[in-house]
Design a protein around this ligand. Sequence first.
Ligand SMILES: [Zn+2]
Length: 287
Amino acid sequence: MLVSATEMLKKAVEGKYAVGQFNINNLEWTKAILLTAQENNSPVILGVSEGAGKYMTGMKTVAAMVKAMVEDLKITVPVALHLDHGSYDGAYGCIEAGFSSIMFDGSHYPIEENIAKTKELVDVCHSKGISIEAEVGSIGGEEDGVVGAGEVADPAECKMIADLGVDFLAAGIGNIHGKYPENWKGLDFDALAKIKDQIGDLPLVLHGGTGIPAEMIQKAISLGVAKINVNTECQLYFQEATRKYIEAGKDLEGKGFDPRKLLAPGFEAIKTIVKEKMELFGSINKA
Ligand SMILES: [Zn+2]
């Protein structure tokens, strides 16, 4: 059974750890992440971007696959199925499809419109037991083709959005999506502390978890970050393992062309990196 992310993140704030959101792209990704969560007794959030949802033929397919897989694999740890960077229409689509958590990213709307749409979605989500994340300030890097500048969120604006009743809040603190550039200045912990002052115990979300040094992740968790999004890193691990398999000519040996064999090294690589992240975030044995 899928659960909203509200309870698991509340526990994470209290326990000073973070729950990983790992984005899924297909069946192998989903299976690797669910099995790793179960093996390590960790709560987990499966993230789905609108682009990945489209790739998997639609959000109904995604919700049906995830629900069935949780059942077939006998997964008992808390699992939330979460729309990542949802548009207004995309959010409604996922609510209808049976997602247990939604991110409404209204950061590109004028603030009044962002507030009105967020408030509306908060009410709809809560009436259905679904958790909702909002974003303040755009997060740098590329989000489904939209390149953000990596701003630092305004604490007063964070408070305004938090007061709408969202369950957790993504606020830019110098983090960006994808790989970090050589000259990246690191996370802005002063900004994080100021935001935390404004929003109290509301869980904070750190997007762009790939490539942030471990000490910075741990410091961010100590300052109130309770959800960390990881996407690119799983893709890089999958790619590297798949490349090795093919470069070693293993696809040419015996039945090495069988997709179940061809995709196995990438699958194992995702399991490895997800477990590493769960260790770093402190979510192991927190289910
Ligand atoms: Zn993001």
